[in-house]
Design a protein around this ligand. Structure first.
Ligand code: GAR
Length: 200
């Protein structure tokens, strides 16, 4: 059975690219990227649409600030739903998604976060870990719930911070970990190897 996924992102799109590359190499299980949707008209992630021949759509966030406004959330729901996704992947989507969206796609929304949650939630998580001086950080894929960065954890990948590491190097290390973790998790989900936790 096919397993369409929709990716939501606001930035460069290196993780969306990793998913599309995994798909090209048949390493994404039954999953395939049905669409990429962004709240940033000039985001690099939208350029992947042409490169990989996949619909890449900008949805205007209008007056939304950190959190999507109710109306904009409805526009996102409509766009996403039109691709009938089995899974919605937040890969660098930098606005907070509200309960209406989460309810519309109950148990089908996951997020990639650049730290070992519950440590360093929110923004600038790589910098937070670096500044705090931890010796291990990493990345997390988790289910999205109404509470920011607090949904049940699906998988994590640790990254060691060596004494000589700069912040730039640490960013690279975390991104490399993300590019390997996210496709694996989605492949497993598409093969029914990861089940929804009770209560979600
Ligand atoms: C990734 O590091 C992702 O974990 C992070 O944004 C980056 C997107 O990079 N997400 C968050 O910080 C969410 N709180 P990309 O656009 O190159 O995939």
């Amino acid at each position: 059975m096919s397993y369409p996924i929709v990716i939501l992102g606001s930035g460069k799109g290196s993780n969306a690219d990793a998913l599309l590359q995994a798909q090209a190499k048949k390493q994404l299980g039954r999953a395939h990227v049905a669409a990429i949707i962004s709240d940033q008209a000039d985001a690099g992630i939208l350029e992947l649409g042409q490169k990989h021949t996949v619909p890449a759509i900008y949805v205007d966030p209008l007056q939304s600030k950190a959190r999507l406004s109710r109306d904009v959330e409805r526009s996102f729901i409509e766009r996403v739903a039109s691709f009938s996704p089995r899974l919605i992947v937040l890969a660098g989507f930098m606005r907070i998604i509200g309960p209406t969206f989460i309810q519309a796609f109950k148990g089908r929304v996951i997020n990639l976060h650049p730290s070992l949650l519950p440590s360093f939630p929110g923004i600038d998580s790589i910098q937070q870990a670096f500044d705090f001086g931890v010796t291990v950080t990493g990345c997390t894929v988790h289910w999205v719930t109404a509470e920011l960065d607090a949904g049940p954890i699906i998988r994590q990948k640790p990254v060691e911070i060596e004494p000589q590491d700069t912040l730039a190097l640490l960013r690279t290390k975390v991104h490399i970990a993300e590019h390997s973790l996210l496709p694996k998790v989605i492949a497993e989900m598409s093969q029914g190897k990861i089940s929804l936790p009770t209560g979600l």
